[in-house]
Design a protein around this ligand. Structure first.
Ligand code: GRF
Length: 267
């Protein structure tokens, strides 16, 4: 049997996607094993799920790091390879209107937390990191450390909407309130923006008159539980690659974009 893909997962909440991935791995539906589960939230339900399968877990307490931020003392705790200017140029998370002090607070606290994540993760030697309801934005500090090859990113995320519609924290809520007749979910590689990375897979579902937001979330999660393992399996089988593409905007401008190509299944 070919070697199993070593998958690390980060969660913040209940972890039903994590469960779907663990189940798929246990049932050999995917050629992968979950080697560790990390969280920013010490109370994340996903931790219990992982522990129940003997999967090692770790916590990086983002809230504690952010709450203890002190502009005088925090800089001394920054990782030695954190270079503020380089991160500021690359990052696409902070809006222009933020004050420099606000930007520093965000980038410093995240770099400290992300250095801890990297340290924990490196102990498990993962091939792929899946964000499964991880509610923290990753900065270029983390992304560039983890993505060791420019050819194929190593971080995937699942988003509860059909991107590029409704990025952000409430994809199903935004879909519902907009009055969409179709909802969906997306798995994509993580880049420097919020939910902007190259799309690997999507699934959709119908929204019927009278549906509530809870109906949409339930229907969406069922799709997520199939989509995420499917995308991990594509990665495990080395069927994903990146390529350049041109996105033509409504104003006629051409924007270069990177897209995912999926190779045909080999015999
Ligand atoms: C999912 O809807 C996922 O798309 C989003 O966060 C939710 C996580 O749910 N990113 P769970 O913790 O996997 O149950």
């Amino acid at each position: 049997m070919a070697e199993l893909l070593r998958v690390a997962a980060l969660v913040s909440g209940g972890g039903s996607n994590l469960q779907a991935i663990i189940d798929a791995a246990a049932g050999s539906t995917i050629d992968a094993q979950v080697v560790c589960v990390g969280t920013d939230n010490p109370r994340a339900g996903g931790l219990k799920r992982a522990a129940g399968y003997g999967i090692p877990t770790f916590v990086v307490n983002y809230a504690a790091i952010i709450n203890s931020y002190d502009p005088q003392t925090t800089p001394a705790a920054l990782p030695a390879d954190f270079h503020e200017e380089q991160i500021l140029v690359r990052q696409r998370l902070l809006t222009r209107d933020l004050l420099p002090a606000q930007k520093r607070r965000f980038l410093y606290t995240r770099a400290i937390a992300e250095a801890m994540l990297l340290q924990h993760l490196s102990a498990f030697n993962p091939d792929l990191l899946v964000l499964a309801g991880f509610m923290r934005k990753l900065t270029p500090y983390f992304i560039d450390h983890f993505n060791t090859s420019p050819k194929l990113p190593r971080i995937m995320n699942i988003h509860p909407a059909l991107l590029p519609a409704f990025p952000g924290v409430d994809g199903y809520g935004d879909t519902f309130r907009y009055g969409c007749k179709v909802g969906g979910c997306t798995v994509h590689f993580v880049d420097y923006g919020e939910d902007t990375g190259p799309i690997i897979g999507q699934r959709s579902f119908a929204i019927h008159p009278g549906d509530t937001l809870d109906d949409i979330k339930r229907r969406g999660l069922h799709q997520e539980w199939q989509l995420y393992p499917d995308c991990i399996q594509l990665y495990a089988h080395k069927r994903l690659s990146l390529g350049p593409a041109n996105q033509v905007t409504a104003s006629g401008a051409t924007r270069p974009r990177t897209i995912v190509h999926i190779a045909a299944e080999s015999e």
